[in-house]
Design a protein around this ligand. Structure first.
Ligand code: ADP
Ligand code: MG
Length: 259
């Protein structure tokens, strides 16, 4: 369903292998999962959160991961973003194999190349909104660029709100601040887990429009977990999860165009 291109993973020896030529100049996909499994526990009580996931997410695209509660959406996102380690299989981010990376290397990759948006916003309450946006720059070893922070806040509709505390903003405002924070380091990929799950319809629509704009105008790749079909409809691709597996076809009732 999302397998649009052949990955660069398999070694080929023939010099003029057309498949190799085709991928030689193509940028590596934003995210690639091969045979990813994630199990919790052991023995008869083992939970198979992900079973053999193969997924290729091209750069500059917006992918929604959807499915019922407990289907493995958050586990998929966490494994893809280097926040959790698969039990088996391989994860590549922009062509970089992250399986087996040391924790400090992974943390550096996350800080430098990824952005995160969570359902509960996860802004630091004691910092101002501006300080929340500046923080990832510092953590990534970049200069704290106050001009960039101001521009990002203006882009998400928070012009002039940089000096406020997160709690002084509405839920939608906090999530828009979290998006500005996620964009601060110019990440390649943004991972968002239920970013509209705590928002009312109007606030959710605002956040979804901004997520879509980040993909369309900044070229960011976006992976968004959501249980909301309206949110999923903003994506270029919809990955349906069921009991830890991707399902190749949309269930009855969802038009093929939506998947
Ligand atoms: P979703 O995000 O789709 O609701 P999750 O990825 O959170 O699903 O969970 C998938 C399955 O893995 C569920 O059965 C859940 O109970 C289980 N699970 C998730 N995290 C853990 C964990 N840390 N320990 C044990 N089981 C877990
Ligand atoms: Mg979840």
């Amino acid at each position: 369903m999302t397998l649009r291109r052949t990955g660069p993973g398999r070694p080929r020896t023939a010099l003029h292998d057309p498949a190799r030529e085709e991928t030689a100049y193509a940028p590596a996909p934003a995210v690639e999962l091969r045979g990813v499994r994630r199990e919790y526990g052991r023995g008869p009580a083992t939970v198979h959160a992900l079973r053999d996931i193969d997924l290729t997410l091209p750069r500059g695209t917006f992918t929604a991961v959807t499915g019922p509660a407990g289907s493995g959406k958050s586990t998929l996102l966490r494994c893809a973003a280097g926040l959790d380690r698969p039990t088996a299989g391989s994860v590549r981010l922009g062509g970089t194999e992250i399986t087996g990376m040391a924790e400090n290397e992974l943390a550096e990759l996350r800080r430098g190349r990824l952005g995160f948006v969570f359902q509960a916003f996860n802004l630091l309450p004691s910092l101002t909104v501006e300080q929340n946006v500046l923080r990832p720059m510092r953590l990534a070893g970049l200069p704290e660029d106050r001009g960039r922070a101001a521009r990002l806040l203006a882009q998400v509709g928070l012009d002039g709100a940089g000096g406020r505390r997160p709690a002084e903003l509405s839920g939608g405002g906090q999530q828009r601040a979290a998006l500005a924070r996620a964009l601060a380091t110019r990440p390649d990929v943004i991972f968002a887990d239920e970013p509209t799950g705590a928002l009312d319809t109007t606030a959710a629509a605002g956040v979804l429009a901004l997520l879509r704009a980040a993909v369309d105008s900044l070229g960011v790749s976006l992976v968004m977990v959501t249980r909301d079909p309206v949110a999923a409809s903003h994506a270029d691709e919809v990955v349906l999860l069921s009991e830890g597996r991707t399902t190749a076809r949309p269930p009855r009732g969802i038009p093929a165009a939506a998947a």
